[in-house]
Design a protein around this ligand. Structure first.
Ligand code: SF4
Ligand code: SF4
Length: 443
């Protein structure tokens, strides 16, 4: 993988890696591909407002053509999500096709289709990793966000994976006001299965925009989260989610840079390419894989991505002593709360984001361009979410599930750029640049 055309020539002095990555790469390191908007759950904070399938979703052949292109671009793995990706009838066909074409797969799921049989199949593959979503360490906290029965379903999937001998699957938690106090409990669940805990930030994207004000961690909780991450950083993945917290002191592991359009992007179910999975809005749409240049053309030449790779000034944050590590925070979080992109993050640890939000008054922040939600969610008179976004039909859970003995956590496996027979489990979990070594000719 090499830097894009406008990167410094081979003879230029080599600067900090982070500065080079600001210029972008000729293929994304952290590519998310949402295969469908269909989902059997209706989580209140769904970043893609999923629920109903879109009739224009990429066909099986079109998906395979994208995989062919990813192979040519040497994209060594892809994060597959949705919606619930496993509801696509061709899901396993596409997973097999990707791995046969040297594109490793890590997919996110609510666990409803991870039966014992599927778990055994997954355990037999070196090229597929699984991430089970869980947003509460107890059913009460989880199900308030993800829907009734979803905690039991997720735990059953974990049991099935562990029983099948699938080592080191991921448990993915969106950190909210309701579950910050459960960080240790999440870790215990992960340790019990020999799984790895992954914490991600709640962004005001998709349906998350509607509940962000109620559910995002308070200022005090941000500090608790930072301290917890500092204490457990080596054992917990964060996908570089929390780099805005670096302003508390020492930087957390990661790139500490918004990678949107530089090292990160999203292909949505209809083939639209966005700068980031949390930025599904026309403002951040760079093109479509169905266009003549395909995905590579969008990634390498779209005006939006070229623009995002230009150096930025830091705007209102440039005089902040923490700018080098915090970088003004998350573009998507700012955009969907109505804050200027060159200003502080809404969760700025200095409180400047909160002040900016207060100054916005009644101004309406931008709405996500797409909404595939199934029904309208109800909130209490106080505005708190009182029930799942939709009533969730009980999902089939493989049973009976025997209790399992705690399994020793699997040691993290380093990712290299070469395609090797192991699960693609780290590259943009802990750090989008984990073990990425640019070739000598690239810098
Ligand atoms: S917009 Fe936010 S979530 Fe997306 S890459 Fe940038 S910092 Fe990460
Ligand atoms: S002012 Fe900007 S750079 Fe400083 S901590 Fe806040 S968001 Fe980060």
């Amino acid at each position: 993988m090499t830097l894009v055309e406008d990167a410094p020539p081979a003879t230029a002095p080599v600067g900090r890696l982070v500065d080079q990555f600001e210029l972008g790469l000729d293929a994304p390191i952290c590519l998310t591909w949402e295969l469908t908007y269909a989902c059997n759950l209706a989580c209140v904070h769904c970043l893609s407002s999923s629920g109903r399938r879109d009739p224009d979703e990429l066909s099986t052949d079109e998906c395979k053509a994208v995989i062919d292109e990813l192979e040519r671009m040497q994209v060594f793995y892809v994060n597959i999500g949705g919606g619930e990706p496993t509801v696509r009838r061709d899901f396993w066909d596409l997973v097999d096709y990707a791995t046969a074409h040297h594109v490793g797969v890590k997919f996110s799921t609510n666990g409803s289709r991870i039966t014992p049989e599927v778990a055994r199949r997954l355990a037999a593959s070196d090229y597929v990793d699984v991430q089970i979503s869980l947003d509460g360490a107890t059913a009460m906290v989880n199900d308030a966000v993800r829907g009734e029965g979803s905690y039991a379903t997720a735990r059953a999937a974990m049991e099935n994976l562990a029983e099948a001998g699938f080592g080191g699957f991921k448990i993915s938690v969106v950190v909210t006001r309701e579950n910050v106090s459960q960080l240790d409990a999440f870790k215990e669940i992960a340790d019990h299965y020999g799984a790895q805990l992954r914490l991600t930030r709640l962004r005001p994207s998709g349906r998350g925009a509607d509940v962000w004000a109620q559910l995002h961690p308070t200022a005090d909780q941000q500090r608790v989260l930072y301290d917890w991450l500092m204490a457990h950083g080596e054992q917990v993945l964060t996908g570089d989610s929390f780099f805005h917290l670096a302003a508390f002191g020492e930087a957390l592991p990661g790139l500490n840079l918004c990678g949107a359009g530089r090292v990160v992007c999203l292909i949505d179910p209809v083939g639209d390419v966005y700068a980031c999975p949390f930025a599904i809005h026309d403002e951040f749409k760079a093109g479509n894989v169905r266009s003549s240049g395909g995905f590579a053309g969008v990634w390498r030449s779209s005006d939006l991505f070229l623009d995002l790779r230009r150096p930025t000034s830091g705007g209102a944050c440039s005089s902040c002593g923490h700018y080098d590590s915090c970088r003004g925070g998350c573009m998507a979080a700012k955009f969907f709360t109505g804050l200027p992109l060159d200003g502080p993050d809404p969760e700025c640890v200095r409180g400047l984001g909160e002040m900016s939000l207060a100054q916005l008054g009644e101004a309406t922040p931008p709405k996500p361009s797409l909404d595939h939600s199934r029904i309208t969610r109800r909130t209490s008179a106080e505005g708190a979410v009182t029930e799942p976004h939709a009533s969730v039909a009980p999902v089939a859970v493989a049973a009976p599930i025997a209790p399992i003995a705690p399994v020793a956590p699997t040691a993290p496996t380093a990712v290299t750029v070469a395609f090797t027979p192991r699960r693609p489990d780290r590259a943009c979990d802990e750090n989008p640049l984990a073990n990425f070594e640019p070739s000598p000719s690239s810098c």
